[in-house]
Design a protein around this ligand. Structure first.
Ligand SMILES: C[S@@+](CC[C@H](N)C(=O)[O-])C[C@H]1O[C@@H](n2cnc3c(N)ncnc32)[C@H](O)[C@@H]1O
Length: 331
């Protein structure tokens, strides 16, 4: 009997994927899409406009055509419909801030073996200075993702009886803005650091919700929450913290709930044995290279935090973007 070795396809399908991502990041960083939005151009014309080499610009643009982000007619390049919708500076639903954030993450990922050996995040000094990011830029990147996820979260949460909600680690505030928009009785308090709250405040003003959205500057690990709430919303924060830090955060949030109040934890959850789903397992690696204690967690772990805080588990709701909302209620 002849032995048939396993195919190399699983390896061949993985090892060069970084190329697609880096071509996209570079097109965005160098302003290819925004420049072509003003006028279709040859590679030579574009090279002058973005202050790059003609050879590099031509090779990059042909790769962007192959990824269907640009179109080519003779020697002239223009944006594809996808690029016009998402990749230019004034796109209707922009992704430029999350792409810049991802280009920065990419540099951290290059240090993965350091992170695995030491158990420590990749040092900030390893990131190119032009890709370093402050809290405001981080909030803008989060907004690129939250714009559609906030709609979906709001569709799945019944907040009709909620008059007071606190949004811990609110980032750009888009979830609470959507909750307030759909629930006229709801007042939301946005909790985050000062610089992030400046971005959130701008979004609240744009939405015309100043009268029903309030602010608390703070650190959930060290500061007390002021006030009592019907609902605590925690989106994409537990993955930044250790198991014990999350247990303490849930206890603190539970103590700020009114009778029968609820907590919703939204995040990227792992299967019980932690080895999947693939996207979430790889997001845990993202937390390894980026944070001191971060990780992805399982539904069972969140239920344990609820039990420790004297809360009942109510339900878990799968939504898009690899996310799950887990809801607990104070006894
Ligand atoms: C990944 S972003 C998520 C933002 C938003 N909740 C969302 O889902 O789009 C995490 C947010 O938590 C905030 N954050 C991180 N650590 C925090 C802490 N210890 N206390 C309060 N906020 C914190 C960050 O400033 C950031 O805005």
């Amino acid at each position: 009997m002849t032995h048939c070795p396993p195919s190399a396809d699983p390896i061949d399908a993985i090892y060069d994927r970084y190329r697609d991502a880096q071509v996209l990041f570079t097109g965005s960083r160098l302003g290819v899409f925004s420049t072509l939005a003003r006028k279709a151009m040859t590679a030579d014309e574009l090279a002058v406009a973005i202050q790059a080499s003609p050879r590099g610009t031509r090779i990059l643009c042909d790769a962007l055509v192959s990824l269907e982000l640009l179109e080519k007619n003779g020697t002239v390049y223009r944006n594809s419909a996808v690029a016009l919708q998402y990749l230019t500076d004034d796109a209707p639903t922009p992704r430029s801030a999350i792409l810049r954030h991802s280009a920065r993450l990419y540099e951290r990922w290059a240090g993965l073996s350091h992170a695995v050996k030491t158990g420590q995040r990749v040092p900030e000094t390893w990131i190119s200075p032009e890709l370093r990011e402050d809290e405001r830029e981080h909030a803008l990147a989060m907004a690129d993702v939250a714009r559609s996820s906030a709609q979906e979260a709001a569709e799945h949460l019944d907040l009709t009886d909620v008059k007071s909600l606190i949004d811990i680690g609110c980032g750009p505030g888009l979830y609470s803005i959507e909750f307030a928009r759909r629930n006229p009785l709801l007042h939301a308090t946005l909790f985050d650091n000062e610089k992030t709250l400046e971005i959130a405040r701008h979004n609240v003003e744009q939405a015309g919700l100043e009268e029903r959205i309030h602010y608390q500057v703070g650190d959930i690990l060290t500061d007390e929450l002021r006030g009592k709430f019907d609902f605590v919303f925690i989106s994409n924060l537990i993955h930044s913290f250790s198991f014990d830090q999350n247990a303490a955060m849930v206890r603190k949030c539970a103590a700020s709930l009114k009778s029968r109040g609820r907590i919703c934890i939204k995040d990227f959850l792992l299967n019980p044995d932690r080895s999947g789903p693939k996207w979430q397992a790889l997001f845990a690696v993202n937390m390894l290279v980026n944070t001191e204690y971060g990780d992805c967690y399982t539904l069972e772990e969140i239920q344990q935090w609820f039990r420790d805080a004297d809360m009942d588990f109510v339900e878990d709701i799968e939504i898009g973007n690899h996310s799950c909302m887990v809801i607990g209620q104070k006894k």
